[in-house]
Design a protein around this ligand. Structure first.
Ligand code: PMP
Length: 366
């Protein structure tokens, strides 16, 4: 039998047993009434978690496919755009835009800090009125930081008609986000984090303002052409064969989120986040994020501790899966998730193992 892990990574996250069971059910054909019902339930669930009355889309692919689709659907060759980043995932917006031949203005906050609204305002003003879209990150999973996307979106609106596009791949369903109320034109999410499903689905909410742009945009797109997804919605379908099992599992996860109430899930996540942060500080460690999100905690390690070795030790010796740092944070931090179906007892196990390994390494630490 395959080794089981306590999964404390900020995606994928563990699945509730009910969701896991759905993945074992017989597969439906996707052009049937039965699948149509399931698909409509998934769409209703998405509207509930995005807090939107607008269009929501479901596509097959990880979160990055949703980010790429957002760029490809919104922009046209030569368009000015602005990315406000504070980590690896913010930077991904810029990489995607560049892959499509665009040259977005790039505003990067020091990692560990949230995009600071007044600095952002100045960058936006410097970028000019022609900016067609501003790309933001709700919770940058690489640094464990949450940005005030509500405030940033408000600043964009004050300044211009640019579309506000938000990556909430790790935030959605875990900490507050209001697509309609906050005026977010496109929000991208994925199945494998707060939404408590296996990896493989990407989601987007799309405002009416965004559709006007999408209908005329001129970057190349085919598989990710959101116009075809929108056209299939009334039939309860996706344009191409969907990941049927993942859709069924997502509907089950939405049932659980609705049963608990989304606001209660936000509170539950915040409480576990606060608990984890206190416990980490109780171990004598500091938090990497100055503006921590609720979905994971990025833990700054003492200088002489190698984060990569720590991740490996927890996996090999305790069967606990946590994440290390990415890019320039590799080796310097570890990341412990507490979103979705992760329980306090799981976090406790992770922290107990971390504590033991730190103590074992202590003689080597001056
Ligand atoms: N953005 C954020 C904030 C993320 O947390 C992730 C996944 N770690 C991604 C984008 C990329 O998503 P995926 O790996 O599902 O493509």
């Amino acid at each position: 039998m395959m080794k089981r892990f306590v999964l404390l990574t900020p995606g994928p996250t563990p699945l509730p047993p009910e969701v896991l069971a759905k993945l074992g059910e017989p597969i439906l054909h996707h052009r049937t009434h039965e699948f149509g019902e399931l698909f409509r339930d998934a769409i209703e669930g998405l509207k509930y978690v995005f807090r939107t009355k607008g269009t929501v889309l479901l596509q097959c692919g990880s979160g990055t496919s949703g980010m790429e689709a957002a760029v490809a659907n919104i922009l046209s060759p030569g368009d000015a755009a602005l990315v406000a980043s504070c980590g690896v995932f913010g930077n991904r917006w810029t990489k995607i835009a560049k892959a499509y031949g665009l040259a977005p203005a790039h505003h990067e906050e020091e990692w560990g800090r949230a995009v600071e609204p007044e600095k952002f305002r100045r960058t936006l003003e410097a970028a000019g009125k022609d900016v067609k879209a501003v790309f933001l990150t709700h919770t940058d999973t690489s640094t464990g930081v949450a940005c005030d996307v509500r405030e940033l979106a408000r600043i964009v609106r004050e300044h211009s008609d640019a579309l506000v596009v938000v990556d909430s791949i790790s935030g959605l369903g875990a900490q507050p986000l209001e697509a309609d109320e906050w005026g977010l034109d496109v929000v991208v999410a994925a199945s494998q984090k707060g939404l408590m499903n296996a990896p493989g689905l990407a989601f987007a909410s799309v405002s009416e303002r965004a559709w006007k742009v999408i209908d005329k945009a001129r970057l190349p797109r085919f598989y990710w052409d959101w116009r075809t997804y929108r056209a299939s919605l009334p039939n309860g379908e996706t344009p191409y064969t969907p990941a049927v099992g993942l859709v069924a599992a997502q509907v089950e996860a939405f049932r659980l989120i609705r049963e608990a109430g989304l606001e209660n899930v936000w509170v539950r996540t915040r409480v576990l986040a606060e608990y984890t942060r206190r416990a980490v500080e109780g171990l004598g460690l500091s938090l990497f994020a100055k503006a921590p999100c609720d979905v994971l905690t990025a833990v700054q390690l003492p200088k002489d501790i190698d984060g990569e070795a720590m991740v490996k030790a927890l996996r090999d010796r305790y069967g606990i899966s946590i994440a290390g740092g990415q890019e320039k944070l590799k080796g310097r931090i570890v990341r412990i998730a507490h979103m979705g179906a992760i329980l306090q007892e799981d976090v406790d196990q992770g922290l107990a193992a971390l504590k033991k390994e730190l103590a074992a390494a202590a003689p080597a630490v001056k």
